[in-house]
Design a protein around this ligand. Structure first.
Ligand SMILES: [Mg+2]
Length: 220
C-alpha cells in the first residue's frame, strides 16, 4: 500500500459514478423519471421539468430536497418513483470487485441514493458482501452530501475515526466537508481536468478502477 494511505482503516465510497458508471444508463433513466415526477407534481409541461429539477439540484444539492422544501413532497414518493429502474443492465466490473476485496480495512458506502437502491446496486455489481455498511439518504434524514451535518451523522453511525478514513467521490464538492473533518480524500474526476482541483482534494484518479489498480496489490 502507498504509504500516504497506510494509516487508513476505513474506506468510504460514494455509489453513483464512483462504484459504477451511472452516466451510461442509470442517470439517463432516472432523469426521465424525475422529469415525469416533477411535471406531474408541479403540473407543468414535461419540457419545463428538466430545467426546474436541475435548478433544484444546484440550489439544494438534490432534486428531492428542492421538491421537499418548495412543494412538501414526501421523500419516499419521489425516491420510489425515480428508482423504479431495471438495474440488471449495469455491468459488474471485475477490476473493482477484485481490488476492493484486497483493500485492507473496512469498507462503507456513503451515498445520496436510498439504502434499498444502494443494496440492490452493490448486489448487481457483485460487491455487496465486501461492505460493512451502507449509509443512504434516509440515514441522513434526507439531507444530501455536501450538507455538513450529514458527515457527522455518518461518522457517528458507523464509528469511523475521520483521521483514519479515506473517501472516494466523483463530485469534488462532496469532499470538502470530509476534508474539513480530517478525512483523506480522493476525487474521481472522470473526463474533467484534474487541474481544476481544490484544496480539499488530496488525491485524484480518472475512475475508481484506475486508482485501485495503482494502489492495491492483488494477492495471487
Ligand atoms: Mg456520485
Amino acid at each position: 500500500m502507498d504509504t500516504r494511505f497506510s494509516h487508513i482503516d476505513t474506506w468510504v465510497f460514494d455509489l453513483d459514478n464512483t462504484l459504477y458508471d451511472a452516466e451510461a444508463y442509470i442517470f439517463v433513466e432516472m432523469g426521465k423519471k424525475m422529469n415525469g415526477f416533477v411535471a406531474e407534481r408541479l403540473n407543468i409541461p414535461l419540457d419545463e421539468a428538466d430545467g426546474v429539477r436541475h435548478g433544484y439540484f444546484r440550489k439544494y444539492g438534490t432534486t428531492l430536497r428542492g421538491l421537499m422544501t418548495e412543494h412538501g413532497v414526501h421523500p419516499d414518493d419521489f425516491l420510489d418513483a425515480i428508482h423504479d429502474i431495471d438495474i440488471t443492465r449495469v455491468p459488474p466490473c471485475k477490476i473493482t470487485r477484485d481490488h476492493l476485496a484486497a483493500l485492507p480495512g473496512r469498507r462503507v458506502v456513503f451515498t445520496n441514493a436510498p439504502n434499498g437502491f444502494a443494496r440492490e446496486m452493490t448486489a448487481q455489481l457483485g460487491i455487496d458482501h465486501l461492505f460493512d455498511g451502507i449509509f443512504g439518504i434516509e440515514d441522513a434524514d434526507y439531507w444530501p452530501k455536501p450538507h455538513a451535518d450529514t458527515y457527522h451523522v455518518f461518522l457517528k453511525k458507523h464509528g469511523i475515526d475521520p483521521a483514519r478514513a479515506c473517501m472516494f467521490e466523483d463530485m469534488a464538492v462532496n469532499l470538502k466537508p470530509a476534508r474539513d473533518l480530517g478525512m483523506t480524500t480522493v476525487w474521481l474526476h472522470g473526463t474533467e481536468k484534474p487541474e481544476t482541483v481544490h484544496d480539499h482534494v488530496q488525491h485524484s484518479a480518472p475512475r475508481l478502477p484506475d486508482w485501485l489498480q495503482t494502489h492495491v496489490k492483488l494477492v495471487k
